[in-house]
Design a protein around this ligand. Structure first.
Ligand code: ZN
Length: 497
């Protein structure tokens, strides 16, 4: 007989939430305001608080309560919270505490070594750490393995539930078939002139414009803050405190603008979660890929369109008259959509971005499933860049060493970026049938688009799974064809192919 009520869990959930909030605030501070030498000392406090936050939810008392709860009697929200909690248990119980601790230490050391390796452009000092990280990840996946399951599928599932190799192979296979030939045609077309974007643009004026832009997008400054950091990111502790960062460059106008739009997309999602869900385990975005679908929707699908810029561009010209007076809107928008196959993922354009992800996906698969040795990785990386993007890194820092993810133990994370793009295109396909998207943008009525996303996605937080959200909104299962179709239509038009 199961006799416990859900309410018994509440004090533990609240304590976990409070400690999680404290950790988030410290993380935000470390990335935006903390002085250079703080990190080593603050790390000690962070370590203790992290342990407390973990134990607030993962402990024998909570485990006993979970075992005694009668699930039949729960609301949807309670069921979703319990499901998430059970998943945490499954994950943490599979791995011996001692190994988890060793792995945590390895990751923080590996991240430091990776930084140095990147600085010195020397993969060999990082290679032994990466080798150990891969061994740990395989070992951890093996603990969770049931029957014929593949280890890499288990790792992928940690970041984006139920999107395994079978589906991703099909997805990336299509990209390979359709996008690589398209890229080839684009590369042979006349190059787009975007040199005017790289004149000198005063930082103070950029700041002013980016604040205006975030507000225009619907970012609520009463419930949010914008700051600066080396790498732009979004964080939130609840739907009334959502923080984003951007990064300004004196000789690049659109880097900050596109970052601001991207992070505002993440922020609108978090600010749009219902009050009833915020500060619970299901009070944030549904998954990494679903989150990325929102940021990419605002950044790429809307933020690089002519309709979006029609009402906004005069204000940008007014802010930078000297630099933009002679640049018509069409020229500005074309420059925003310039394609250039290049080496660095974070600077990639909309068309080549998914190819950068494909390289990483294939390499991770080789590391985990096909026993590729770490020594071979730089060469495999270069071969794939040559094959898919037609460029070869001359230095390891712009090749195998460019991303921080693996050093933090995140193997299996990259595909969620590509999935996010594909979710966005599928959502957009349905949205266009129900809303006059282009007209709304031209008239500056972007809030009606956000309202649509809020109603179908944002308000649910993680109450529903990404697959369910997609299905309910679009009426069909995940279908990457919309993404490929979107890219083809868009870039054939941009490049007059
Ligand atoms: Zn993002």
């Amino acid at each position: 007989m199961k006799t416990c009520s859900f309410d018994k869990l509440l004090p533990y959930l609240e304590r976990g939430m409070a400690l999680g909030t404290a950790l988030n605030i410290m993380d935000w501070d470390a990335n935006t305001a903390a002085p250079e030498e703080a990190s080593e000392y603050t790390a000690k406090a962070l370590g203790i608080l992290s342990q407390e936050a973990f134990c607030a939810l993962i402990n024998p008392e909570v485990k006993e309560i979970i075992g005694q709860i009668d699930e039949e009697s729960l609301s949807d929200k309670e069921k979703a919270i319990l499901k998430k909690l059970k998943k945490e248990y499954k994950r943490s119980e599979a791995i011996p505490a001692e190994e988890m601790r060793e792995f945590g230490e390895l990751c923080s050391r590996a991240t430091r070594v990776w930084q140095k390796a990147k600085q010195d452009n020397d993969f060999s000092i990082y290679a032994p750490y990466l080798e150990k990280l891969i061994a740990y990840k395989k070992k951890f996946a093996a603990y969770a393995k049931k029957g014929e399951e593949k280890l890499y599928d288990i790792l992928l599932d940690e970041y984006e539930e139920s999107f395994g190799m079978k589906e991703l192979d099909r997805f990336f296979g299509k990209l390979k078939e359709e996008i690589i030939p398209l890229l080839k045609k684009v590369s042979e077309a006349e190059e787009i002139d975007d040199s005017f974007l790289y004149q000198e643009y005063e930082i103070e004026k950029q700041k002013e414009f980016n604040h205006f832009l975030a507000e225009y997008l619907g970012f609520d400054f009463k419930r949010g803050v914008i700051a600066e950091s080396e790498h732009p990111f979004t964080t939130s502790w609840h739907n009334h405190d959502v923080r984003i960062t951007t990064h300004y460059y004196k000789n690049n106008l659109t880097s900050a603008i596109l970052s601001t739009i991207h992070e505002s997309g993440h922020a609108l999602y978090e600010q749009g979660v219902e009050d009833d869900l915020t500060q619970t385990l299901v009070g944030e975005g549904a998954s990494c890929a679903m989150h990325e679908s929102q940021s990419r929707f605002y950044e790429n699908i809307i933020g690089r369109s002519q309709e979006f810029w029609e009402p906004l561009y005069p204000k940008l010209v007014e802010t930078f008259p000297k630099q933009l007076m002679d640049v018509p809107l069409e020229k500005f928008v074309r420059a925003l959509n310039k394609v250039k196959a290049d080496l660095i993922r974070t600077e990639a354009d909309e068309l080549t971005y998914c190819l950068h992800i494909m390289v990483r996906y294939e390499l991770e698969k080789q590391m985990i499933e096909e026993e590729a040795s770490v020594k071979e990785l730089p060469e495999l990386w270069n071969q794939k860049y040559k094959e898919y993007l037609g460029v070869v890194p001359k230095e390891e820092k712009e090749g195998i060493l460019q991303d921080v993810h693996w050093s933090m133990g995140d193997i299996g994370y990259f595909p969620s970026y590509a999935l996010g793009n594909a979710f966005a295109a599928q959502i957009y396909h349905t949205m266009k049938k129900e809303l006059p998207v282009e007209e709304l943008l031209k008239q500056g009525r972007i809030s009606e688009i956000t309202k649509y996303l809020r109603e179908h996605i944002h308000r649910y937080g993680a109450l529903k799974e990404p697959r369910q959200l997609l299905k309910e909104l679009t009426g069909e299962e995940f279908n990457p064809d919309y993404y490929i179709q979107y890219l083809k239509e868009k870039f054939e038009k941009v490049y007059h192919l």
